[in-house]
Design a protein around this ligand. Structure first.
Ligand SMILES: Nc1ncnc2c1ncn2[C@@H]1O[C@H](COP(=O)(O)OP(=O)(O)OP(=O)(O)O)[C@@H](O)[C@H]1O
Length: 386
């Protein structure tokens, strides 16, 4: 049942509206002025508010401003008396859902309320969906190394310390970076990712720092780089071991000075960015081979997080398999398939070369090709080499 709050200093109007809306099945509260209305609005959750414009103490516009700040999703419908139509129009510009003139035409009022409720429901649904889409994937695992990583994330996330995440491909380095951002004070800011290995070395500087129009042949437009995009948030530099030495020098400068310069520009631009880097290489070895700058290594590696490969945390494999069986069933809109113990054991002992990414692919393949229960025979046919 929807809750409606009526705020009007004219008792007769309040009573009429309240009776009709009550008859229509709404739950109605009444307030005789803006102050009382504001008090109720803070005590309860309303789906729609009907609010007179001219009232003693807190007037309709003031109420609207406060309500929009506190609960922007709750639609407020203004009731406008003689001489306040202009104010009502003004209120709509300021965010009121709509207005009705006094004395209210009841049919029109009911339609307006129904539309407002629909809008309210839609914005709620959108918010839930957005949260679902944005929600960072859970980090599954109870093995000792995963527990330690979770603990480190809790400790370091709220600081601005730079973090270097190491580990083989597909172990979950990116997921670690996402959780650090999510649990940091920058969570409301952007998380910008750059895969340094995927960008040709001649373009990486423009990708990271942006460029001015005409600064090189293909620079036909001005472009904002990833450092600027990540301002106020986190920049995740994946595969940093593949970055060219000249880009490394620029990144080092950006980290030392907190400023960047776009390619082809003179002006320095201050940036407030926390950097998390990841690599599957042994960066210290790379520094010995002079392919990675030692000074940059030290700047990046205040905190080191090593994510071990799946073969080194086999305890997590059954949990991950179960989670993937659930996720895949949901994606396909099917019932979750089960897996028998022997099949589970085979997968737990398997030599995983692509880590969690490979495990997820294998589970998806098994879900597609096997019957209701995944058996040892399925593993032999679809997973193990012939
Ligand atoms: N602990 C975990 N629980 C659940 N899913 C995970 C976990 N770790 C990783 N994944 C999932 O496995 C996949 C690979 O993880 P991710 O991309 O973070 O790995 P990566 O180490 O960054 O890989 P690459 O080195 O190739 O960039 C992703 O889909 C990720 O969500």
């Amino acid at each position: 049942m929807s809750n409606i709050l009526i705020i009007d200093d004219e008792r007769a109007i309040r009573k009429t509206l309240s009776e009709i809306l009550g008859y229509e099945g709404f739950k109605v509260d009444e307030a005789a002025d803006g102050e009382e209305g504001w008090k109720l609005f803070n005590e309860k959750n309303y789906d729609v508010v009907l609010c007179d414009i001219k009232m003693p103490k807190i007037d309709g516009l003031e109420f609207l401003t406060r309500a929009a700040e506190k609960s922007p999703d709750v639609p407020v419908i203004m009731i406008s008396g003689h001489g306040t139509i202009e104010t009502a129009v003004d209120a709509v510009k300021k965010g009121a859902y709509d207005y009705v003139a006094k004395p209210p035409d009841l049919n029109r009022l009911l339609i307006t309320i129904r539309n407002a409720l629909d809008k309210n429901n839609l914005s709620k649904e959108t918010r839930v969906l957005k949260r679902k889409v944005n929600r960072v994937q859970e980090m599954i695992g109870v093995s000792e190394p995963i527990m330690r990583i979770k603990d480190t994330i809790e400790k370091v996330a709220p600081t601005d310390a730079r973090i270097l995440v190491t580990g083989e491909n597909g172990v979950g380095k990116e997921l670690v970076a996402k959780w650090i951002h999510e649990k940091s004070n920058r969570a409301e800011g952007p998380l910008v990712e750059v895969n340094c290995a995927a960008i040709p070395s001649e373009l990486i500087e423009s990708e990271l720092f942006g460029h001015e129009k005409g600064s090189f042949t293909s620079a036909i437009k001005q472009r904002i780089g990833k450092f600027e995009q990540a301002n106020g948030g986190t920049l995740f530099l994946d595969e940093i071991g593949d970055m060219s030495l000249s880009a490394q020098a620029k990144v080092l400068r950006a980290l030392q000075e907190g400023k960047i310069t776009r390619v082809g520009a003179d002006k320095e631009i201050p940036v407030d960015v926390r950097v998390i880097a990841a690599t599957n290489k042994d960066l210290l070895k790379e520094t010995e081979a002079k392919t990675f700058r030692l000074d940059l290594y030290h700047r990046l590696s205040v905190i080191l997080i090593h994510v071990p490969s799946l073969n080194d945390r086999r305890d997590d494999i059954p949990l991950l398999i179960n989670k993937f069986l659930e996720d895949i069933a949901e994606d396909y809109g099917q019932a979750k398939k089960s897996i028998d113990i022997k099949a589970m054991e085979l997968l737990q002992q398997h030599n995983w070369t692509g880590n969690i990414r490979e495990l997820r692919n294998v589970v998806e393949r098994l879900v597609i090709l096997s019957g209701k229960t995944i058996t040892m025979e399925d593993i032999k046919s679809y997973v193990l080499p012939a």
